[in-house]
Design a binder for this molecule. Structure first.
Ligand SMILES: NC(=O)c1ccc[n+]([C@@H]2O[C@H](COP(=O)([O-])OP(=O)(O)OC[C@H]3O[C@@H](n4cnc5c(N)ncnc54)[C@H](O)[C@@H]3O)[C@@H](O)[C@H]2O)c1
Ligand SMILES: [Zn+2]
Length: 387
């Protein structure tokens, strides 16, 4: 293990105005902020926020010309509420799905903005999951060299992860997320009530990212997920809202300290080295993102335990929680060699060395850069792949 990376510091929550107790009532919204990029970015989390978007945007001095970007599926479910809340906005609707996260969709947003005479004072309000947020966000980052962006995330994954941190972008035919920018949203309005319509599998996909935050930075969050799994699945706000808040707080903290991923931000990639490879070799069709990350976390824990860097009981606690969250797609048939190759081609390879984030216990991480191909093969075999 290389000692280059300090253990994860506890989240300082320095930017938090309203502290979140472990099980707060669900009435008062919680405010966090990310101070990265040119302007601070505010995150509001609270049930019912989606009903008062216009007032919230006004409070944050978001320009009067607001262009909503969403998808037909999301608009069917939530469009009426959004129109009421935003005062009759006509949305720009993009087709939903990873294969539409491309420059053509970005172009559609440009076209609508240009035709409507949008200017530097206009804002894009992205209402949707990570696909809509990343695509609309990239349009906002590049139109007129950057206009105001607001995220109203509607999936759990987008609420705890993709809407925070300023990474926006789209896929290229030759690879995922190859075209993008850093563009911090002025405001992120997270309303957990929007998750009521989310299909269970999408909900679970987001939950694995919540597990990730527990593993990298919060034993308490991890333990609450373990002891309250049923309530989490029932989307009980008393458990779900604090879990979302804690996840956002951890991400906001990490991004504030390292926006451009020169060091600390890499801990957010926990589970993503193997996870991304699983997604890539299956052409993004077999796994929801979080499911691939669940396997990635199991692999990272196995690797850490095999090296003696993580206690076996900690590894088992992670296995137990991931198992309790439900079945994962099969992996036995996947080509082991291709996965190892995909891992070695990953963005996380710096100067030929793979930087691999491992947890040393639940709540703390370190980075190692001496993982060998043989070690990876062994981990994948133990995960269930057939050599
Ligand atoms: N920018 C970042 O930092 C970052 C981080 C993580 C992931 N991502 C990106 O996020 C994307 C995945 O995002 P995702 O998991 O949100 O998937 P997604 O945006 O594809 O949404 C998943 C599905 O849920 C539906 N949906 C969304 N909200 C709903 C609701 N409230 N009720 C019912 N259905 C709803 C959508 O129509 C879609 O079919 C990937 O492209 C990934 O690269 C970006
Ligand atoms: Zn992820």
């Amino acid at each position: 293990m290389s000692p280059d990376q300090p253990e994860t510091p506890p989240p300082s929550a320095s930017e938090t105005v309203t502290p979140a107790p472990a099980f707060p009532g669900t009435s008062a919204p919680i405010r966090l902020s990310v101070s990265a990029g040119a302007h601070p970015s505010t995150i509001w989390i609270g049930e019912g926020l989606a009903d008062r978007l216009a007032a919230l945007l006004d409070e944050h001095a978001v320009g009067a010309r607001r262009f909503v970007v969403s998808s037909p599926a999301i608009w069917r479910l939530h469009g009426e509420q959004m129109q009421r809340s935003l005062g009759g906005a006509e949305p720009i609707l993009l087709p939903d799905g990873e294969r539409y996260k491309n420059l053509q969709s970005v172009s559609k947003v440009y076209e609508a903005l240009i035709k409507a005479g949008a200017d530097r004072g206009s804002a894009v309000v992205a209402i949707g999951g990570g696909v809509i947020g990343d695509t609309a966000g990239f349009a906002a980052a590049s139109f007129l060299r950057g206009i105001t962006l607001v995220h109203v995330p509607t999936t759990l994954l987008a609420q705890v992860d993709s809407s925070i941190g300023g990474k926006v972008g789209v896929n290229h035919a030759l690879g995922k997320n190859l075209i993008g920018a850093f563009h911090q949203p002025r405001l992120v309005a997270i309303d957990p009530l929007l998750l009521k319509t989310l299909p269970r599998r999408e909900f679970r996909s987001g939950l694995y990212e919540v597990v990730k935050y527990g593993v990298i930075a919060s034993r308490d969050l991890f333990d609450r997920l373990t002891t309250s799994t049923k309530a989490v699945f029932a989307r009980d706000p008393a458990v779900l809202v604090p879990a979302i808040v804690e996840s956002c707080r951890i991400k906001a903290d990490v991004v504030t300290k390292d926006e451009r991923e020169s060091g600390l931000r890499r801990i957010l990639n926990y589970g993503h080295t193997i996870g991304h490879a699983l997604e890539a070799v299956t052409q993004y069709r077999r796994f929801r993102h979080g499911e691939a990350i669940a396997y990635g976390m199991l692999g990272a824990a196995d690797l850490a335990a095999a090296r003696g860097a993580m206690a076996e009981r900690e590894r088992q606690a992670l296995v137990d929680l991931i198992t309790a969250l439900g079945p994962l797609p099969a992996i036995a048939d996947l080509p082991l060699g291709e996965i190892v190759d995909a891992i070695r081609r990953d963005k996380k390879v710096v100067n030929g060395r793979l930087h691999f984030v491992i947890a040393t216990r639940i709540g703390a991480t370190t980075t190692v850069d001496d993982v060998t191909a043989d070690e990876l093969r062994d981990v994948l075999l133990r995960l269930g792949l057939q050599g």
